[in-house]
Design a protein around this ligand. Structure first.
Ligand SMILES: *Cc1c(COP(=O)(O)O)cnc(C)c1O
Length: 414
């Protein structure tokens, strides 16, 4: 199905990517040149409303003025020292982030998957050195349907065949249980279990919100068994689900927060592990690190991200706009256009009735109408616009999404 007629300029840019770039993504055929707030502009000057926000890495909007100012100021001072030396922005950043999390220690990395890897190393080291698990015996419990990134260790415990095939041999020491089932979780724990790693809301799985009370049950079970609760808040956190952390929705404080994506303000990769010193204190010099982790540029931006979050306006915008979005889309289930709407804050997963086509087909229709959204799996469209989206743009998204679904119902894709 080709609904979108690419311009020659767009087409040659795409050909170049498909010729010289590895084919590890299947992007929609739009070539973005500029962006501001929730709007992006392609190389032909056509404007779109961004409803993906780079998988929530751009929660605070493209070209956010405060974040750009912090980045620009630091760019002209010093950008990289390595951790062989101290740098001026490092201390303020780790203190601010620790305080935001109510913890006392931060280990900064770059990408999300590095935070996950660091969380796994933390839990194992804590397990052997603090909990007293026998050598080489530590296990970590993960959730079916999880997404935690793409390294060999992390895909070792994925259930997605595409993410795993031909990447063997895998890392041992993980057990997967159904998400949202506290009894299955408790049954999987033994004396060698060092951690439970979970997304408080599963993002890539399709914005799957666990049953109310589940996170509190996970907290209670992990505490009772002396097992670390590690919350991967890389996509769900930092305002996306309506609160600073998705765990806040149930007033749960995990032992370890994994953060990434929006932490770098959509400007630089910045991730981190945040926990108390009885856990993160297991690391001594030489035992873990990263050349770019905690670099001055990232820290300057990260500090501004934390001060933005401290104000609470991003979180309340997420709640208010999310409620408005949800109220407008819920009726589409009764109208037979969607089979389910799920979400938290300004983060929605819409399951498209298969009779209308795949979620990917609908995303093409949305693109033709000026909306960029991304499917996940075959039937789910994920909506995660920057939290700074205007009410006017949000109304446009609502109208055009309804229109795209109505058109698909009237004339399904071949
Ligand atoms: C995106 C994501 C990751 C991996 O982050 P990268 O920066 O792509 O490595 C890990 N966990 C969750 C929940 C994510 O959404």
């Amino acid at each position: 199905m080709v609904l979108h007629a690419s311009s020659p300029r767009q087409k040659s840019a795409i050909d170049q990517v498909e010729t010289y770039g590895a084919h590890n993504y299947a992007p929609l055929p739009v070539v973005i040149a500029r962006a501001e707030g929730a709007r992006v502009t392609d190389v032909d000057g056509r404007e779109f409303i961004d409803c993906l926000a780079a998988y929530s890495a751009v929660n605070f909007g493209h070209s956010n003025e405060r974040l750009l100012a912090a980045a620009t100021e630091q760019l002209h001072k010093v950008t990289l020292t390595s951790r062989a030396f101290y740098s001026e922005p490092y201390g303020p950043f780790v203190q601010a982030l620790a305080e935001l999390c109510g913890k006392d220690m931060v280990l900064p990395m770059n990408t999300g998957v590095e935070a996950v890897e660091t969380g796994i190393k933390t839990a194992r080291k804590w397990g052997y050195e603090v909990k007293g698990v026998a050598d080489d015996q530590a296990n970590i419990i993960v959730m079916d349907g999880n997404f935690h990134g793409r390294t060999v260790t992390v895909v070792s415990f994925s259930n997605d065949p595409d993410a795993r095939r031909s990447f063997e041999p895998f890392t041992r020491g993980f057990r997967s249980v159904p998400f949202g089932d506290p009894a299955a979780l408790e049954a999987a724990i033994d004396e060698n279990t060092v951690a439970v790693l979970l997304e408080p809301i599963q993002g890539e799985a399709g914005v799957i919100v666990p049953p109310e009370g589940y996170l509190r049950q996970v907290r209670e079970i992990t505490t009772r068994h002396n097992v670390l609760m590690i919350a991967d808040e890389i996509q769900a956190g930092l305002g996306r689900s309506g609160t600073t952390f998705a765990c806040d929705r149930e007033d749960v404080v995990p032992d370890v927060y994994l953060l990434g994506k929006a932490l770098g303000g959509g400007i630089v990769p910045l991730s981190g592990v945040v926990a108390n010193s009885d856990i993160l204190g297991v690391f001594q010099p030489g035992q873990h690190g990263s050349t770019f982790g905690g670099n001055p540029l990232a820290c300057a931006i990260g500090s501004e991200v934390v001060s933005l979050l401290r104000e609470g306006t991003m979180q309340s915008a997420s709640r208010d706009k999310g409620a408005r979005f949800r109220a407008a889309l819920d009726p589409l289930v009764d109208r037979g256009l969607l089979t389910q709407v799920r979400g938290a804050g300004l983060w929605l997963g819409l399951d498209v009735d298969p009779a209308l086509g795949t979620a990917h087909d609908i995303c093409h229709r949305l693109m033709d109408k000026g909306i960029l959204a991304k499917d996940t799996h075959t039937k789910t469209i994920r909506f995660a616009p920057p939290l700074v989206i205007s009410d006017e743009d949000l109304d446009r998204v609502i109208d055009l999404t309804t229109e795209a679904l109505e058109e698909a119902a009237a004339r399904p894709a071949a």
